[in-house]
Design a protein around this ligand. Structure first.
Ligand code: ARG
Length: 555
């Protein structure tokens, strides 16, 4: 951004902003360019002529060393010595904060993500919401926003009546304590397979008891909830995921009536076959169901209450829902109803939709019934990471710790590398490859940089007048791109931009590493290359940490 601002300022014309300055397709042409096509209208001259005139009046200086006019583009070359100095000093100065900013100061962003269902499997389908939300959380914090991570628990519904009924009939305390969520889930599955009419009606009664605050029913429910949350917490810890609120669907039990009243008052609620709905036909959507004919509330009713509660409690600037695209319609309906209620902030609600994750390895999906538990994917990835590391470097110390960092990184990176809306097929071999577009590749690059620095072992001074070669310039430019990449990722809700950035920087560094001697170079070249290596290590670490991925010292 620095250079774009600088160039725009120097051109000093009302119709040119920093955003008009682009990167040319190849750096032979220049480091930055101004396409003059837009200006042709303003000045009633051809772009070629405009570029030529701008070139003639542009005075080069210690920042911009060269300008040229080619086919309607004004191309700029920056002074490479100054560029290198700027970038490397900034990274050294800002360290772990390099890439951060304070643009979010004073603004709150709520992120609803992971949102586990109590007593139900935490499966591979929850991977994306968990790591995408977790990464967005870190990205916004890095940009100075106040962030509220919300786990909108799925803890409401008749299934809990069924679960209590099944537990009473077949369960026992020790077994459930020991088996945790797996035992609870098994009881629930068994109920669905075996329950007769009598049990179904008992289940409804238990659900009513929970609703009416019956002590025993609620104690059981709270116990199931605790077992589920203890279980997912272990996974959250591994994936570096945190929440500020666990207010789930049940939390809104007493907050729905005011919403229903408001809908009535505003004449938005309609009767339809005994149910209460909001008609959305003129917006091309099916009606949003608010109350069933038996008076029961729905998922959407709770989401309306939750949205209003969040606005009142956090006064958010934006409220994000990191939820699979299967729920596109649900969120469109909820946001529309809020708009019809006259909530001007309905425009600040964003459904951050993502695609499906499936496993390439069919064998996995049958190990514990039909669902693939996320826990299993994680431990398998760590196991495989161990094997890969052991194979590559059998004498490594702390192999187990390193395998954890590498394996967990691979799970996260595998889910974050592609544009989020794409469906992905998760492949263990692919995400654990040393030379693909993987976290392993990026981590390995860090280990390589670390080893160079460790071998040198002394304090590094950046030489001020060193003129970097083209490969070094490529690395410098990639280093310089982190801050803008973080901003873009936040704006587009797309952590994949940071994942791709990390791979790109690692590739450029490795190219430099293979072609240029570092430790055996002389004088200023050596000092410069060591500084560059230090900056790459820092910057890759910052990028990975925004994804929730750690960096092992050695690999
Ligand atoms: N628990 C839900 C599910 O598993 C996701 C909840 C998403 N958040 C929300 N506010 N609706 O499908």
């Amino acid at each position: 951004m620095y250079y774009r601002n600088y160039i725009a300022k120097k051109l000093d014309m009302e119709s040119i902003t920093p955003a008009d300055i682009v990167l040319p397709p190849n750096s032979e042409m220049g480091d930055f360019a101004l396409p003059c096509f837009k200006l042709a209208k303003v000045f009633r001259k051809s772009p070629v002529q405009i570029a030529e005139e701008l070139k003639n009046s542009f005075v080069t200086d210690e920042v911009i060393s060269e300008v040229s006019a080619v086919n309607g583009y004004l191309n700029f070359k920056v002074n490479k010595v100054g560029l290198a100095n700027n970038v490397l000093t900034r990274i050294a100065r800002e360290g772990d904060g390099y890439g951060s900013s304070d643009i979010g100061k004073g603004k709150t962003i709520c992120i609803d993500y992971s949102s586990v269902n109590i007593a139900k499997p935490f499966h591979i389908g929850h991977l994306s919401t968990t790591v995408l939300g977790g990464s967005l959380y870190k990205i916004y914090k890095f940009l100075g926003y106040n962030v509220v991570g919300i786990n909108h628990l799925g803890d409401y519904g008749t299934q809990f009546g069924k679960l209590i009924c099944a537990y009473k009939k077949w369960g026992n305390r020790e077994e459930v304590e020991r088996g945790g969520i797996h035992a609870i889930n098994a009881l629930y599955v068994r109920f669905n397979e075996e329950a007769d009419e009598k049990m179904e009606s008992e289940a409804r009664e238990y659900f009513r008891l929970i609703e009416n605050g019956d002590k025993e029913a609620n104690n059981l429910f709270e116990w199931f909830k605790k077992l589920t949350l203890d279980y997912v917490q272990i996974i959250y810890d591994k994936l570096n995921i945190t929440f500020d609120s666990y207010a789930g669907e049940r939390f809104y039990t007493d907050k729905m009536q005011p919403v229903i009243d408001e809908l009535k008052e505003k004449n938005i609620l309609k009767e339809s076959e005994g149910a209460s709905i909001v008609d959305l036909e003129s917006y091309g959507m099916p009606p949003c169901l608010i109350l069933r004919s038996d008076g029961a509330t729905l998922y959407a009713t709770r989401d309306l209450a939750a949205a209003i509660y969040r606005k009142n409690t956090y006064d958010f600037y934006k409220c994000l829902y990191v939820v699979a695209y299967q729920q596109n319609l649900h969120f469109k309906q909820v946001f529309k109803v809020l708009e019809l209620m006259g909530k001007e902030w309905a425009k600040d609600m964003v459904h951050v939709a993502y695609g499906m994750v499936s496993l390439e390895d069919g064998a996995m999906s049958t190990r514990k019934g039909k669902v693939v538990w996320l826990e299993d994917v994680i431990s398998r990835c760590v196991e495989k990471a161990y094997a890969v590391i052991d194979d590559k470097n059998p004498d490594l110390e702390n192999k187990e710790e390193i395998a954890k960092t590498v394996g967990l990184g691979a799970v996260i990176f595998g889910a974050l590398y592609n544009n989020k809306i794409k469906d992905i097929v998760f492949s263990y071999d692919k995400v654990l490859s040393f030379d693909g577009e993987t976290s392993v590749y990026v981590q390995y690059t860090c280990a390589r940089a670390n080893s160079v620095l460790a071998k040198y072992g002394e304090k590094i001074e950046l030489p001020e007048a060193y003129e970097p070669n083209p490969q070094e310039v490529e690395v410098i430019k990639a280093l310089a791109a982190l801050p803008q990449t973080v901003l873009d990722a936040a704006e587009k809700y797309e952590p994949s931009l940071i994942a791709r950035y990390a791979v790109d920087l690692a590739q450029k560094y490795n190219k430099f590493y293979i072609d240029c001697r570092i430790l055996t170079a002389e004088g200023e070249a050596k000092a410069f290359r060591l500084s560059l290596t230090e900056a790459v290590l820092q910057t890759l670490g910052n990028a990975l940490s925004l994804l929730g991925i750690g960096v092992p010292e050695k690999m």
